[in-house]
Design a binder for this molecule. Structure first.
Ligand code: AMP
Ligand code: MG
Length: 312
């Protein structure tokens, strides 16, 4: 692992480090993927899945089955491979640069494809620079702290890509739908979340949030296939049917969370996810474009290395 470098030094070095942090804040991009010049330009404009700050998300307006002109999985094999290669290359630079980081938040209804997205998009990316944190129902110790405690601890270190499989958004989703706390407790959390994400951004972390959007029919098919396939049955829990009965409540909670928390510094993307292969393509492309806009660079080599001869 690259080491922290400046952390052990005092005085001037600390000030230099603080200045560096301010520099980073100044370079945070607000519409990162739109700054990427791609030839030919992306067609169609992938950021159309982005929910613009200040707008109100209506999930009924987003077709979960959309796939542009692609018809089948085979059609996206090459474009997906290209996006994975871009991610792998940019990740290597981000890691070597060791100044900034990327946080990817994945949220979805049950069976929405969070695990499949991680598997499908991050193939070929160096595991050393990537981490996944999966959040389940909180432990007693976690409940004894403020709700962000367990998430903040897992925020990415410099150079890293961190994936949140479920996230701090559960505290305004399942917690709201299942009435685990009163509204007076969960409602102020939107603002707290926005401030938390802004604090991460100011410290050099780019925050990307994906809602994998499936239809109720597609969830039925996926639950049925979990029941039918002995190798998938372990994933099925009777509780999933109780959650499914709350479909409309979850939808409302998702619409509110996304609308309240899509910000210039941490936008939400609502991804059509009935077709797994199309979902993977769009997520991979958005991640690659965002990393490209961050433009991570390999650090300069020590001066004079050109003349170095490695002894026998
Ligand atoms: P799974 O993703 O199928 O492994 O399930 C994880 C479970 O943890 C889901 O039922 C979530 O609703 C639940 N969960 C995750 N985060 C929270 C939270 N903050 N509060 C309550 N339940 C949660
Ligand atoms: Mg589950």
């Amino acid at each position: 692992m690259p080491t922290g470098g400046r952390s052990g030094k005092a005085g001037g070095a600390a000030k230099a480090a603080a200045d560096k942090t301010t520099d980073q804040a100044a370079t945070v991009t607000t519409r990162p993927e739109r700054r990427v010049v791609d030839r030919p330009p992306p067609d169609p404009d992938y950021p159309r899945y982005r929910v613009e700050p200040g707008s109100r998300l209506r999930l009924a307006d987003v077709d979960p089955d959309e796939a542009e002109h692609y018809r089948r999985k085979k059609d996206v094999a090459d474009p997906l491979k290209r996006q994975r290669e871009r991610i792998a290359d940019l990740q290597a630079r981000l890691y070597a640069e060791h100044r900034r980081s990327l946080l990817i938040v994945l949220q979805a209804m049950d069976t929405g494809g969070k695990d499949g997205t991680i598997k499908g998009v991050f193939q070929g990316v160096n595991p050393q620079g990537c981490r996944v944190a999966s959040f389940k129902a909180p432990s007693q110790e976690e409940l004894d702290h403020d709700f962000l405690w367990r998430y903040h601890e897992q925020a990415p270190a410099k150079g890293m890509i961190q994936i949140f499989n479920r996230s701090h958004y559960e505290d305004v989703l399942v917690v709201r739908v299942k009435q685990l706390v009163p509204e007076a407790v969960w409602r102020p959390r939107y603002q707290v979340i926005n401030q938390f994400e802004q604090a991460l951004t100011l410290a050099g972390t780019t925050v990307l949030k994906f809602l994998l959007h499936i239809s109720k029919d597609e969830q039925k098919r996926r639950l049925e296939s979990r029941l039918a396939d002995p190798e998938k049955r372990w994933k099925f829990q009777l509780g999933d049917l109780k959650e499914r009965a709350l479909w409309d409540d979850y939808r409302r909670a998702f619409e509110d969370a996304v609308s309240e928390c899509t910000t210039p510094h941490a936008p939400w993307y609502v991804i059509p996810a009935d077709k797994k292969w199309y979902r993977n393509l769009v997520v991979a492309r958005t991640i690659a474009d965002t990393l490209a806009a961050m433009d991570p660079r390999y650090p300069p080599a020590e001066p004079g290395l050109g003349k170095v001869v490695v002894p026998d």
